[in-house]
Every structure is written in C-alpha cells, then in structure tokens.
Design a protein around this ligand. Structure first.
Ligand SMILES: *Cc1c(COP(=O)(O)O)cnc(C)c1O
Length: 374
C-alpha cells in the first residue's frame, strides 16, 4: 500500500488557497498607501456581521485578542470566574487569565466535543460571571441549554467561535448567542494570516470594544478607558473580505467531503465518525474521528499509516489544558475531573476535509483509513 502511493502528491491537513480577488484586493490597499485600520476593515466588519446575524462586528488583531477584549469589554477581571472547556486551543484559557479572572473547567460531550451543559451547571458557583463555550471543529455547542444556564445565573455568554464561522444552531449563527469571538489565523476556515473578530448585538458593548481596541481613545488623545492596540490592518481585511463571497461554496465542499468520509468510514471497527447533531449546521473546520478500544490500531498508529501515504492528519488536542503544569498549578485555575474530555483527548484524530481537496483526495483518505483499520 505504501508503495502504491509513495509518489503521490501530499494531502495536507490544511491548505491556504487564495484567489485573484484576494490578490487584487491586497494590491488595491498596498497602492492606496493606507495600510492600517480603515475602510477595508469597516467593510469586512459589515460583511462579517451579516454572516453572523448580528448588529456589530469589531475586527481585532487575532482570535486571542478577540477573546481577551470581549472579556475586558464585559468588565471581567479579578474575582470573576469563567466556566469553560479544557479541550480547546490554549488561547481560550490564556484570554481568561489575561483578565485576572479565574478559570473553571467543565466537561464536554463526546458528541459535539463542546461544553456539556450539565457539567457546566455543576461548575457555576457564586463567583461565576461568564459561561464560555467553545464551538470546536466547526459545530456549535448545545446552545439552548447553555443560553438557559447563562440566563438563569445572570452570566455573560462569550462564545469561542474561532473555528465556527457561519456555523448554525437552529435559526441562529455562531457568535449571535452572546459575544462571539472569531479567529482568522492562517488555518481557519476564513483567514487573514492573523486576525480576529468580535460579534455582538449590544450597541453599548460594541461601542466600548471599538474604543478599547484603539488604546481606549474615542477621538485623538481623548482617552476614556485603559485600552490596548487590538486593531486589524486594512491589509489583513483585504485578504479576508473577498473570501466571504465564496464562503458558502467553501463550506459546501467541506460538507460534501465530510459526508463522503462518513459514508466510507462508517462501520469500521473501533472508529467513531463525527456527528452532525440535529438542528446544527457544521462548517467542518475539522473532521475529527475517535479511535476506540476495538480499533486495529490507536490514533498514533493511524496517523503514522496515513503519513506513509503522504496524507496529513492532526491531533487537536493531545492534552487537556488542565494537564499542563503551568495551568494545573496556576492559582487562578480550578481543575475538575473531566473524564469525557480526557477520553476524547487521548483518542481523537482529525482527517483532511478542507475545500482545497478534490474528490480523489477524499477517496485516498478513506482508502488509507479503511486499509489501516480493516
Ligand atoms: C485559533 C483559536 C483561537 C485563537 O485564535 P488566534 O487567531 O490564533 O489567536 C482561540 N480558540 C480556538 C478554539 C482556536 O481554534
């Protein structure tokens, strides 16, 4: 098998492919001489707000600063507690700690890899002020019960939607339930190289965030609050803006690839394919399988078998945030037992699903996984 594919072209876990519209848009900004935040950012914000079904989108320098700014904008700081998932990219946790608030980890569901509402409820104590679900891999968390939990306890809902641009839960988009935080890092579904966006329909919060990202400055040298430079450049916005026009088609391709992988891989012993839960629209940032007890090899074995055939895969994420000493031993981190998250972190593997794959690539991925696990 390895020989048959030895000369075949790589199937990477992610590919950045930008078209001529992006090149033209970047050139326009370069030639204008206006590189910092300006008209392109404003237009990108407008279009992104439409995608997310919110009143306001505030562009920032990356997804991590989106999370930090969102929390600061809500007034979160020392003494507050934020309930979130330990099965996430570490920026989720870093953003909370940057505000001086405490992190409380709750468990996830193995069906959507996101906060389990019952476990989250267990972690909501007296000092909790924020519920922060992570919409992992392109599917939203279970937002009805989480929204209800937040409402019941008067918590702010901050969505880490870094991987879920345009994902939907019933009639609403990711980032429209509370304050949405998105990333446009190079490998995300939409990219500006580095970039981020905060979404909200709260006029007052939106205004505060716009001032906060610009050194707390309303007009030149009129400082209203302690701020920061969280701005996005027009150059970055010029990369992102043209991608929105084709985003529906991109997601359609991801969806088709995911459906084909599931069709080919269902029933392989010990392999659990990802679910699309009722009422949710997945945008397939990652196609993540779980390798369970009876599988012919574990996830590291499968990753190696795929690599032999020039097929990429990724382990997102190999450990829980709470397993790293710098977080586990941190005075502001409250570690709880999260057995589901622990199991998932030990057995997950993401397979290529992105839009730059063609149908043959998808068949090659399915062939290789089937051969390894049959
Ligand atoms: C990418 C990502 C972030 C951080 O975004 P950056 O733009 O890389 O700072 C935060 N949370 C999750 C879940 C992510 O995947």
């Amino acid at each position: 098998m390895a020989l048959a594919h030895a000369g075949s072209r790589p199937v990477p876990i992610s590919t950045v492919r930008l078209d001529e519209a992006v090149e033209a848009s970047v050139l326009e900004v370069l030639r204008s001489g206006h590189l910092a935040q300006g008209a392109k950012v404003a237009e990108f914000e407008q279009r992104f707000a439409e995608l997310s079904g919110v009143e306001h989108a505030i562009a920032v320098s990356n997804g991590s600063t989106a999370l930090t700014a969102a929390l600061l904008g809500l007034g979160v700081g020392p003494g507050d507690e934020v309930v979130t998932s330990p099965f996430t990219f570490i920026a989720t946790v870093n953003a909370v700690l940057a505000t001086g608030a405490k992190v409380r980890f709750a468990d996830i569901s193995a069906r959507d890899f996101a906060l389990d509402p019952a476990s989250a409820a267990d972690q909501v104590g007296e000092r909790a002020t924020v519920l922060m679900p992570v919409h992992l891999f392109g599917q939203t968390a279970d937002m009805d019960p989480l929204t209800e939990l937040a409402r019941e306890h008067g918590l702010h809902l901050v969505e880490d939607a870094a991987q879920a641009h345009g994902a939907r839960y019933r009639t609403r988009a990711a980032g429209s339930f509370g304050v949405g935080c998105f990333s446009f890092y190079a490998t995300k579904n939409l990219t500006t190289g580095e970039g981020g966006m905060i979404t909200t329909s709260d006029d007052v919060l939106a205004d505060r965030l716009r001032v906060l990202r610009n050194q707390g400055m309303r007009a030149r040298y009129e400082y209203e609050m302690v701020g920061h430079n969280y701005r996005m450049t027009d150059l970055a916005a010029a990369v992102g803006l043209p991608q929105l026009a084709g985003y529906t088609q991109q997601v359609e391709r991801r969806r088709r690839h995911a459906a084909r992988l599931t069709e080919r891989l269902s029933g392989l012993p010990g392999l659990r394919t990802p679910e699309v839960l009722p009422g949710r629209q997945h945008v397939w940032h990652q196609y993540t399988v779980l390798l369970e007890g009876e599988a012919a090899m574990d996830r590291d074995g499968l990753a190696a078998a795929l690599a032999e055939q020039n097929i990429g895969s990724g382990i997102y994420y190999p450990h829980l945030a709470s397993d790293y000493a710098c977080y586990r031993d941190h005075p502001l981190v409250q570690v709880a037992e999260t057995p589901v998250a622990r199991e998932v972190a030990a057995h997950c593997l993401s397979l290529p699903v992105h839009a730059a794959l063609d149908d043959d690539d998808v068949e090659r991925v399915a062939d290789a996984v089937s051969a390894a696990l049959s």
